[in-house]
Write a protein that binds this ligand. Structure first.
Ligand SMILES: Cc1ncc(COP(=O)(O)O)c(C=O)c1O
Length: 383
């Protein structure tokens, strides 16, 4: 194996909901299932059934043919967002590559090609997505980056206004920064970006790779403010843990991509589309958007109690639905390994933010158990 991943010495073999087992038979409680991909927990039954059934009927056909599930999924996503058209791919980075290419194709006749993105953002590891990711540590070793990108501070409308010029094609932004530390912008930020982009003839792209599909308590995070983008990207949870990505674009913008200008061999394959349809069905049948808000509230309660008990430990609690950031006052890198020892899986980003992306199917007992383990680890780390 190429050593590009830091790995823990654990081999995971089986999962069910928020539980996951390793090869030795140890059971872990997963507060970070699949880096946000397993929004319904491990092996959600409807998704498992859909994948099994589809695998027995047709595994793959290329996009030179029509596929029933692909059309149904495009309609389902369009209805739950802003009436856009879909391009399917397999990951978040690919969805953002598509969005950047579309923004340039659309801007071409108008002499617009520049892309403005936000410091601390994360858009993926392929070259345009990486260039869009305004974090120097991810660029290191790969320079020069692509031309035509500029970066401004997050949650700062004035900085965006100053960065736009008549060559700007698009503003690309996460409605909530995920990898950056669960950074939730001030109310009005997304709507302000929408107004600004309209005034200046610039496309607005929301990267909802992490926030989309109900993660924040709405199908898409922009819906909290009703500020629809021109282009939206989504991946991670789209197909309940199966690899899938999508770019959704307003039809007049989407029209700039003509046959042959962009493609993905596996994008929108029948298994991924059936898995995504089963994901949508599960979220609606089990009222999981509403449940996500309750889960977020329960985590907040637990973390507020911790903050009250141990002053000086918690800098900030940032929660929107099941997107949860616990910003600590100390370097928490060791917290992940200690939680694994206590059979809890969590993530730490930027050294000091415990990031949790629990499943919408997690139970109250599981939340309480995991929060108690985490509190114990944090108390030990600071005593
Ligand atoms: C907001 C956002 N965009 C894009 C990506 C890249 O997605 P992928 O790893 O599927 O390429 C990620 C991954 O963490 C992400 O959080």
């Amino acid at each position: 194996m190429i050593p590009n991943y830091r790995r823990f010495p654990v081999c995971l073999v089986r999962g069910e909901g928020s539980w996951i087992w390793d090869a030795e038979g140890n059971r872990y409680l997963d507060f970070f299932p699949g880096w946000g991909c397993n929004l319904l927990g491990h092996c959600p039954p409807r998704v498992v059934d859909a994948v099994r059934e589809q695998a027995g009927e047709l595994i793959h056909v290329p996009n030179t043919w029509y596929m029933e599930a692909q059309g149904a999924l495009a309609a389902a996503l369009s209805e739950r967002s802003f009436g856009g058209q879909c391009f399917f791919c397999n990951s978040g980075a690919e969805a953002n590559e598509a969005a950047i290419k579309l923004a340039r194709a659309y801007g071409r006749e108008r002499g617009r090609f520049k892309i403005v993105t936000m410091e601390g953002g994360f858009h993926g590891r392929t070259f345009a997505a990486l260039t869009a990711t305004a974090q120097p540590q991810y660029h290191a070793g790969f320079e020069p980056m692509l031309p035509g990108f500029s970066y401004v501070p997050y949650d700062d409308l004035g900085a965006v206004a100053a960065a736009l010029d008549d060559q700007t094609a698009a503003v690309l932004v996460e409605p909530v920064q995920g990898e950056g530390g669960i950074n939730i912008p001030a109310p009005g930020y997304l709507a302000g970006l929408r107004r600004l982009c309209d005034q200046r003839g610039v496309l607005l792209i929301f990267d909802e790779v992490q926030t989309g599909m109900g993660r924040t308590g709405e199908w898409f995070a922009y819906q909290h403010e009703g500020a629809a983008p021109d282009i939206l990207t989504c991946a991670k949870a789209l197909a309940g843990g199966f690899a899938a990505g999508v770019m959704i674009a307003r039809p007049p913008v989407a029209a700039a991509l003509k046959p042959g200008m962009h493609a993905s061999t596996f994008g929108g394959n029948p298994i991924a589309c059936r898995a995504a349809l089963a994901t949508i069905e599960t979220i609606e049948a089990e009222s999981l958007l509403e449940r996500g808000v309750q889960i977020g509230a329960r985590f907040r309660e637990a973390f507020e109690a911790l903050r009250a008990e141990r002053p000086g430990l918690v800098r900030e609690i940032r929660i929107l639905g099941v997107m949860i950031g616990l910003d600590l006052t100390f370097d928490a890198t060791e917290v992940v390994a200690e939680c694994i020892r206590r059979q809890l899986l969590v993530n730490v980003t930027h050294g000091h933010v415990v990031r949790l992306l629990p499943a919408l199917t997690i139970t109250d007992d599981q939340i309480d158990l995991g929060c108690a383990i985490l509190a114990g680890v944090l108390e030990r780390a600071t005593s």
